[in-house]
Design a protein. Structure first.
Lengths: 147, 147
DNA sequence: TATAAAGTATACTAAAATAGTAGACAATAT
DNA sequence: ATATTGTCTACTATTTTAGTATACTTTATA
């Protein structure tokens, strides 16, 4: 029941891009270095994200990638879905035919509830939220101490 | 992000046992047949469930397995945990040391929230609940039709 | 317009996890 | 005594995941 590196690395890469947010594209090489992901593997993650319209790329010298939409409009559920495929904990949620029991299977119902619980979390978190969380961790609000 | 067959088969096997609930042990061979799981594979699932005190077994002729506790005291979270290992979607939840970023990683925080959402579902469903859901599906309450 | 610096695409390989099988062994009801 | 049933350990096959390699395309800019 583990997420693969694809979703993990991919989310980190996207957060990285969001944090560099300027008008200039961010080079894959830089992302790879900062995030400790091999450039070649990162490319595998970037391609589907481009196809899905999460990021866009500029080829050639001074090229790189950038968010295709505002960070506030990129939901984590979308990212995970693109990189991980469906989050369904069991095949029979999406394709009931794989098991003749599906229609009457109560355990299947449970896995569906589990999926929905996960979805609910991921649907409500955007890249922008991640950026804010990051900022908060990096620069915590000064705390007042009362003596 | 798939559950393995272990948790799926295991839950079904336990529900099967709960449904046969009598004082007599249920034979593994029967469970295997009803649930379409090879006997040998089922044995792999049964062993850890016995160790964990979910079921107990009687060896020898007329032997089999039975619930070691009332179905209402067996939570799905426990079953999944035994058969699947932790449900953590990423290694770094349980073992932050696997990644030097853990302490400052905001994506990790998200995966932790996802885990908690899943846990919340599985903690609240017992084998007894599954039995009741099953009964409901099999013998739906008669519905009044108003003309 | 040549060229270096990027991203793109496809194919391959290694490693790990998952799923499943086989067979000898141990306990027990009858 | 013995047939029936669970137990244990070892092995194997398959699939998925992770990662590497290499040739190719695009483009800024000198």
């Amino acid at each position: 029941m583990k997420l693969s590196t694809r979703a993990r690395y991919g989310s980190r890469a996207l957060l990285d891009i969001a944090l560099q947010s300027s008008d200039e594209p961010v080079q894959l090489k830089e992302i790879a270095q900062r995030e400790d992901i091999s450039l070649q593997y990162l490319e595998h993650l970037v391609t589907p994200l481009i196809s899905a319209g999460i990021i866009r790329s500029q080829r050639g010298a001074k090229g790189g990638v950038m968010l295709a939409r505002p960070a506030s409009e990129i939901k984590l559920s979308e990212i995970v879905n693109i990189l991980e495929g469906t989050i369904d904990p069991v095949e029979c949620i999406e394709h009931p035919d794989v098991c003749e029991r599906s229609h009457s299977c109560v355990t299947r119902d449970i896995w569906d509830e589990v999926k929905k619980a996960m979805d609910a979390v991921l649907e409500n978190i955007t890249l922008q939220n991640l950026v804010e969380r990051y900022m908060k961790k990096e620069k915590p609000e000064p705390v007042m101490y009362y003596i």
